[in-house]
Each structure stands twice: as C-alpha cells, then as structure tokens.
Design a binder for this molecule. Structure first.
Ligand SMILES: [Zn+2]
Length: 441
C-alpha cells in the first residue's frame, strides 16, 4: 500500500512528503518506519495525514536526495548497537560519536524501554540525524554535517493548564488526595509548601481541608505530567495557612511561596525532619514504645521505615557525627543564634556529613534506623535552644525574611489572578472534587 502511494507521487510531491515528515519529527508527531525505499511496516494512515498537511504547508527543500526515516521504540535489553541496527543506521563514525562524545552520551546512557528513537539516514545507511526523547519534556538530536557531528537538546513544547481541587481529610492526606484524583507530586508539594508551619506527621486532623491550584503539562493534548502548585490553602485544626507561588526569573532567590500578604513561607526551621511521602504517611503520630511522652526523653519520635531520609531542619554546621550510647548513630547540627538540632538512631549518615561541614535546610543528614536504644526503626529528634531541649512541636520558630519592598509590588500584581481563583474556589459550597480548567496566565 505504501509503495503504491509513493509510486503515484511526482518527484516534487515526494520531496514535499519528506519535508512534512521532518516537520512531523520535529513536532514529536507519531509515525513509524517510513522510507523512500521499501520497508516492512507500512503506515498508510500516517502517510495520508502527512500528505494532507503537506499540501498546505510546504517550503521548498534542497535537491539532495536523502532521507529514509524510521522510528523505533527501545526494547528491553537493547544496546545502542542493536537499536541503531533496527533503525537502519549503518554508520560506524556515527556509532563512535554517539557512544563516545560527551555531548551525545546522554542518549547512549539513557536508553529506556518504550521510549522512541527517530533516525533519518541516506539510502546507504549513513546517519543524517537521530532524535531521542530523554524525558517526557526533553529531546536530544544528533546531526551529521559532512564528517562532523553535533548534538542539540530541545524542550518539548508543553501547554500549561491550570487545575483547581479541594478536599477534606477523613483519614489521611493521601487518602483525601486520592479521592479527588490529585497527583502524588502535587500532594507532596502541598506538604512541602507548608512544612515550616505544619508537621504533616503529627499535626494532621480529621476535618482538615485544603484547596490547591496547580499546573498540568500537556503536549499535543496528551497529559505529560503534573507541574507546579501555584497556590494552596490548608486549614489545619481550624487554622488557615495560605500560599501563593511567586516567580521572579530575574531574581531566583526571591522566587518561592509566600502568604497572600507577601510573608515568606520558608521558615528558618522545618517542623519535621522527615520528608512527607505516600510511603511514610502511614506512620504519622505513632509514639515510640520506650518513650511515651516528650517529657521523658527531651525529644520527639517519628516512626518511619528504615532508610527514610532525614533532613536538616535548618541551615547550619555539623557539630557532631558518630555514636552516643543509647542514641546510636547521632548527628548534631548547630544553627544560627542559639539553636541546635539532634537526630538519633540513624542507620547511616548522609553523603558529606562530617564535623564542620555546612548543611542547608532540607539536605539529608542521615537515614532512619534503629541503632542504640530502639526497639524499632524511628527517628528521635531534639530541638535545643541554648543547649536546653524544647518541644519542637510547640516551640515558636524564628520567622523568615519577608519579601522586600521592590519585589512586593511585583508579587502583588502577579498574585492577583491566583488569589481571585482561590476566592472563586472558596465560594464552592461543597468540599469535594471541584475541577475548573482555565488558563489565566
Ligand atoms: Zn526517642
């Protein structure tokens, strides 16, 4: 069928066809194995669609008679050599370049089953160009120019759509998120955004509610992945916390989440040293069997699976790494002012964690274990002010810097449409799955 169609085409039409196939490759359009010479898998649907496009959308092409196009998916066990062979590439120079050149190696090292590779070759198998999807949003292209090669990367054109949802928590944050079909990455972002104010392990109550405005990324109408949270509101134990994303491309430092009034949500300390995730969410609130209350042992215990990452709750310098009797493996971090934090019972320490090393908030200092006096894997966490332990769940933490005046005006201008959406969402009487699709950028 394919040969039949091709034989009916004039040389000019064939060139047009090739051109629109190039366009199709560049736009990420799906087509497979198609060439001027015969091929085993005719794709007549793709061909006729391309022809229609070609009639309205043609630029003249140079007269060089090149161009066999093929697309293959990476199969389990494929190597660069096997996949190039299937693509009809018979070109040792190209093979050496893709395998060995630092720019091109990203392709050879990231062959993942199911991902598409597209090649254009001359009729004798000499590579013209090769394109591979490194990720759902990034592609890499290797092109031959005479005897040399070049590598370029391109971001896929994605369309951002804004979604809004709200939910009430009955059992757990992830349970509520599942009920409204909220992607996990959005749920964890919500937990991260409010992690300076809310300890998602211990503070979440039945009846807590949240609303979230977030981006979903689409490519040619297909969902690629969930994007960034643009605004969120969390009502915890009757108290409302709100956040709006502020993006300032000229000043990355200022970009972040702020309250609608411009107060920074990033605090000097996180409420919990453990990252909140689907895996660890089921462990919330469980008390350690040996120490039942905070008073008995000057700290807070977090039951969590062995190996869970433990984060420094604030910027600081490592003051102690090693064993300390019943505490097992311990890290102590000294922070600005009179603050220090202690993390105990670790199975191991984070990379580069040694006395005197600087750590940033959120950086892993170690992993949950049960070394020392512990009957199960858990983290024992202490928060000290002037070397005296205080309850980290209730202590008033030092406030972070607000947005300065010159950013504040910009922030207020950008935040208005999002605040409007949030207000709209708030008017919805019933909590539950509320979805509104709109672009308001
Ligand atoms: Zn303990």
């Amino acid at each position: 069928m394919q040969a039949l169609i091709l034989s009916r085409l004039s040389p000019k039409q064939k060139r047009q066809l090739r051109l629109c196939l190039i366009a199709s490759v560049m736009s990420g359009g799906a087509f497979a194995t198609l060439g001027v010479v015969g091929s085993e898998a005719p794709q007549t649907t793709a061909l006729s669609q391309s022809l229609k496009l070609g009639e309205t959308n043609v630029v003249s092409l140079d007269d060089e008679d090149r161009g066999v196009f093929r697309e293959e998916r990476v199969l389990r066990g494929d190597t660069l050599a096997t996949v190039l062979a299937r693509l009809g590439v018979s070109d040792s120079q190209a093979f050496q370049y893709v395998r060995g050149h630092p720019d091109a190696r990203a392709l050879a090292n990231n062959l993942r089953p199911g991902r598409a590779l597209r090649a254009e070759t001359d009729v004798d198998g000499t590579l013209v160009n090769l394109t591979y999807s490194l990720s759902p949003t990034e592609s890499v292209t290797i092109a031959r120019d005479g005897d040399t090669f070049s590598t370029s990367r391109a971001e896929l054109q994605v369309e951002r759509r804004v979604h809004m949802k709200s939910a009430e928590i009955r059992h757990s944050l992830f349970g509520a998120a599942d009920a409204i079909g909220l992607p996990d990455s959005v749920t964890t972002q919500v937990a991260e955004i409010f992690s300076g104010d809310i300890d998602f392990y211990k503070d979440i109550r039945k009846g807590d509610r949240f609303r979230v405005v977030y981006e979903m990324l689409y490519h040619e109408g297909e969902l690629v992945k969930a994007g960034r949270v643009l605004a969120a509101e969390f009502i915890n134990n009757g108290k409302t916390f709100a956040a709006v994303w502020y993006d300032n491309p000229q000043d990355k430092e200022a970009s972040g989440y702020y309250t609608p009034e411009g107060k920074n949500l990033r605090k000097a300390f996180l409420r919990s040293p453990l990252e909140f995730s689907r895996v660890t969410s089921g462990f919330g609130g469980r008390m350690h069997p040996i120490h039942n209350t905070w008073k008995q042992h000057k700290g807070v215990d977090y039951g969590a699976p062995s190996g869970t990452r433990i984060r420094a709750t604030g910027d600081g310098v490592i003051d102690f790494v090693g064993k300390q009797g019943g505490y097992g493996n311990v890290v102590v971090v000294r922070h600005q002012g009179r603050y220090s934090t202690l993390y105990a019972h670790m199975s191991g320490f984070g990379p580069g964690i040694k006395k005197g090393a600087r750590v940033s908030q959120g950086e892993p200092v170690g992993f949950v274990g049960q070394t020392g006096w512990a009957t199960g894997p858990h983290l024992h966490y202490e928060f000290r002010v002037a070397d005296a332990a205080v309850n980290p769940l209730t202590v008033t933490l030092p406030a972070a810097l607000p947005l300065d005046a010159r950013h504040l005006a910009d922030f207020k201008a950008k935040g208005v449409p999002i605040a409007t959406r949030m207000a709209l969402l708030r008017e919805q009487q019933a909590f539950g799955p509320v979805v509104a699709l709109a672009n308001f950028e």
